[in-house]
Design a protein around this ligand. Structure first.
Ligand SMILES: Cc1cc2nc3c(=O)[nH]c(=O)nc-3n(C[C@H](O)[C@H](O)[C@H](O)COP(=O)(O)OP(=O)(O)OC[C@H]3O[C@@H](n4cnc5c(N)ncnc54)[C@H](O)[C@@H]3O)c2cc1C
Length: 393
C-alpha cells in the first residue's frame, strides 16, 4: 500500500521533510532524500510546467548532477553547445568552451525533475503556494494556500527568486538589472549559424545570451540596467531596437526571426551577488542561498549542487547552519568574481576594454567561464559524483 501522506483535503499534515519550491534545487534535494527513504513532501506553486526567465545554458557540472539524478537530458531534446561568441559594437570573437555544455528549456527540464522526484517516492503537491514557514517546537510549520498547515521535522527553502513572507533576501551587490526572455524561430540560415554556439551580446547598459534550444527555437535572454531601460521608455520593443543597433551580430540573427511568445517574460530586483551566510534552522537552497549573475555564472549548477549537498549533509546528521556555512565557503569567491565581471560588462569603459582584450586573446572567454564555475575540488570530493561520462556531440 502507498504510505505517502495524503494532503489534499486534510487541514493538518505532518511529515519528515518539507521542500518548498520545485525548481532545480528543491527537486534535487527531494529526489535524493526520498531515495534515502525519507518521507518527503515537495510543494510547488505552479500547477503546470512554466517557462522561466533563464538563459537555459547547462554547464558540464549541471549536466553531471542531472545525470546523477536520473535525468536524460539528451532524451528530452537538449542540444549541444560547443563554443562561445562575444559580440559588441567592435566585432565578434569566438572561443571553444573549456567544457561540454548543452541547452534545454526550463519548462521541460523542471517538469521532468518533478516526475523523477515522484518516482523516487516524494509526494509532489502542484498548484499549492506556501505562504510562510515558521518554527514549531523542534520542527517547522508551513501554511499552504492560506488554509492547510503542514508540519515537518526539517524544511528546505527552494523558492528561487521568490522570497517567502518575512524572509526577503538582502539586495545583493548588483540589484539594478532587469531581465527579459523571448524565444525566437530564426531563419534557417541564421539558425544554422547559431548551431552549437552561445552568443554573448554586449550593448549599452546590459548584455544578453542567445543560444539554440530544442525543437529549433532560440532563447534570447537579456539583462539591462534599470536606468537604461527607463531611458528607453521602459519598453521591450525599444530595448530590442537598441540592442540591434548596438550589435551587428544580433541584428543579423534576428533578421526574419519570428517571436514565439506573445510577450517576453520579465523579472526585476534580482539580488545578484548575494550569498547567504547564516541559517535560522531552515536549509536555504539554490537562488535562496546564492544568486550569481546570469551568463557570467552558472546558477543552475549552483542550484543542483546546493540541493545535492544539503541532502547529503542532512542524511549524515549535519545541521542547517553547518550546511549554509559550507555552501557559503564554496560559492563566495565564484559569485564575487562573476558579479565583478557582470558589473564590468554593463559599464561602457570596461565593456570596451573587455571586448578589445578578448579580440586579442579569445582564450580569455574560456578563463572567465572556468573561474565562474563551481570549483572542481568541491565536486570531486563528493563520493556519488560520476564524472566519467561525457556529453554526446
Ligand atoms: C536572466 C537570467 C538568466 C539565467 N540564465 C542562466 C543560464 O543560462 N544558466 C544557468 O545555469 N543559470 C541561469 N540563470 C540562473 C538560474 O535560472 C537560477 O539560478 C536557477 O533557476 C535557480 O534554481 P532554484 O531551484 O533555486 O529556483 P527556481 O528554478 O526559480 O525554482 C523555484 C521554484 O519555487 C517555486 N515557488 C516559488 N515560491 C513558492 C511558494 N511560495 N510556494 C511554492 N512554490 C514556490 C517556483 O514556482 C519555482 O518552480 C539565469 C537567471 C536569470 C535571472
Amino acid at each position: 500500500m502507498d504510505s505517502r501522506p495524503i494532503v489534499r483535503g486534510a487541514h493538518q499534515v505532518s511529515v519528515d521533510v518539507l521542500v518548498v519550491g520545485g525548481g532545480l534545487a528543491g527537486s534535487a534535494a527531494a529526489i535524493l532524500l526520498a531515495r534515502a527513504g525519507r518521507e518527503v513532501i515537495l510543494v510547488e506553486r505552479e500547477s503546470q510546467p512554466q517557462h522561466k526567465v533563464c538563459g537555459e545554458f547547462l554547464s558540464q557540472e549541471a549536466l553531471m548532477y542531472l545525470r546523477q539524478l536520473g535525468v536524460d537530458v539528451e532524451g528530452l531534446g537538449a542540444v549541444a553547445i560547443r563554443s562561445v561568441r562575444l559580440a559588441g559594437r567592435t566585432g565578434v570573437s569566438e572561443a571553444v568552451l573549456p567544457f561540454a555544455a548543452m541547452s534545454l528549456t526550463r519548462r521541460r527540464l523542471d517538469a521532468e525533475l518533478l516526475l523523477v522526484a515522484e518516482s523516487a517516492g516524494a509526494t509532489v503537491l502542484r498548484g499549492c503556494r506556501v505562504n510562510g514557514v515558521q518554527r514549531l517546537g523542534e520542527g517547522w510549520a508551513a501554511v499552504i494556500d492560506g488554509a492547510k498547515t503542514l508540519s515537518a521535522k526539517v524544511a528546505f527553502l527552494a523558492t528561487g527568486k521568490h522570497d517567502l513572507h518575512a524572509r526577503a533576501r538582502p539586495k545583493g551587490r548588483q540589484p539594478d538589472l532587469v531581465a527579459f526572455k523571448m524565444y525566437w524561430r530564426l531563419s534557417p540560415q541564421q539558425a544554422a549559424a547559431l548551431e552549437k554556439h552561445v552568443e554573448l551580446v554586449l550593448y549599452r547598459g546590459g548584455y544578453a545570451g542567445l543560444q539554440p534550444v530544442e525543437e529549433g527555437a532560440a532563447n534570447l535572454c537579456c539583462l539591462v540596467q534599470q536606468a537604461e531601460l527607463q531611458r528607453l521608455g521602459g519598453r521591450w520593443e525599444n530595448l530590442l531596437a537598441a540592442m540591434r543597433r548596438d550589435c551587428a551580430l544580433l541584428r543579423e540573427r534576428l533578421q526574419g526571426a519570428v517571436p514565439l511568445l506573445e510577450r517576453p517574460l520579465a523579472i526585476s530586483s534580482i539580488p545578484y551577488g548575494y550569498v547567504r551566510d547564516a541559517s535560522d534552522g531552515l536549509w536555504a537552497l539554490g537562488d535562496q542561498a546564492a544568486v550569481i549573475p546570469s551568463f557570467t555564472g552558472d546558477g543552475m549548477s549552483i542550484a543542483l549542487h546546493s540541493g545535492s549537498l544539503a541532502a547529503e549533509m542532512y542524511l549524515r546528521g549535519d545541521n542547517a547552519a553547518q550546511f549554509q556555512k559550507r555552501l557559503q565557503g564554496e560559492l563566495s569567491q565564484q559569485v564575487g568574481f562573476a558579479t565583478t565581471v557582470s558589473r564590468g560588462l554593463v559599464w561602457e569603459p570596461s565593456r570596451s576594454l573587455f571586448l578589445a582584450a578578448v579580440k586579442t586573446w579569445p582564450g580569455l572567454l574560456g578563463v572567465v567561464a572556468r573561474r565562474t564555475r563551481i570549483a572542481s575540488a568541491e565536486l570531486s570530493s563528493r563520493a556519488w559524483v560520476d564524472s566519467s561520462r561525457t556529453v554526446k556531440n
